[in-house]
Design a binder for this molecule. Sequence first.
Ligand code: ATP
Length: 324
Amino acid sequence: LKKIGVMTSGGDSPGMNAAIRAVVRTCAYHEIECYGIYRGYEGVMEGDFVKMDARSVKGIINKGGTVLKSARSKAFRTKEGRQLAYEKLTEAGIDGLVVIGGDGSFTGAMVFNSEFDFPVMGIPGTIDNDIVGTTHTLGYDTALNTVVEAIDKIRDTASSHNRLFFVEVMGRDVGHIALNVGVGAGAEEILIPEEDLGLDRLIDSLKRSKASGKSSSIVVVAEGDKIGKNVFELKDYVEENMTEYEVRVSVLGHMQRGGSPSCFDRVLASRMGVKAVESLLEGKSNYMVGLKDDIIQITPFDQAVKGKSKINKELLRVSDIMTV
Ligand code: ATP
């Protein structure tokens, strides 16, 4: 390989910049050229490339978001779009691609590879941690810390007013964030997509905690909780069925995706960037780099995208015990 392109695609996450920096510097270390591609697959089809050298990525390891911008692209889902992408890459002499993104971005890379035999390698960047083949995706650790900090602040006001707060956190399909911040911030209950706690049990549990002398409570709710009610419907239900608390709702939203990456995410991004480039240089293609047993390993894209990441059920029990 002579020229590697690097891009960020899909939802942004903290640590993407640290990964871009790692890819660019690993290329420089091995004396091959590196091109940054703007706005994901949109930029590939437009030939929106910029040559990046080791110094061009200074001062970004600590920045949230992505300096290369991110996008979702309808056109890349079409054969014509991918043909155009192939032409733009070959025109520029780019002969390998590192895609930093989620499972959708990897599916796009996989389709592109199957059509044009173009070398591709993925780095998982999403706060949801919903990808198999890695125990941690880039941005997940930062998001956990951001959310715990936010819930600590909500607890201050909850306990001053004897309130019950429903706090909605990201997680449409998986409850990793909810489960971990629920334990980390001492939530009374945690509602996740994988487990149906049931409304009766929720009310019982809240009544029990009030009777045991608690003046305020926090319930962490993943966007896709299995009870099937959103946080505002939960508030209404609880207010109709118990009078012990004043109930409030806080939807944390996009602030969970921002902020300076944690040390863990910066180190992970650096390791993944090195592995992605060196795997391409070894002639490997169609893999995602990931962390397993604290070793950076690669997993074929098809396995990474079709698997469903599993929550750690031990945390549900730990949470139950902690709220005795
Ligand atoms: P996140 O989960 O953080 O949103 P993601 O990478 O899963 O990130 P998507 O919007 O699902 O985000 O995918 C990003 C882009 O990848 C899409 O906008 C599209 O251009 C491309 N893509 C996804 N699936 C396919 C596919 N089957 N064929 C071609 N391109 C695809």
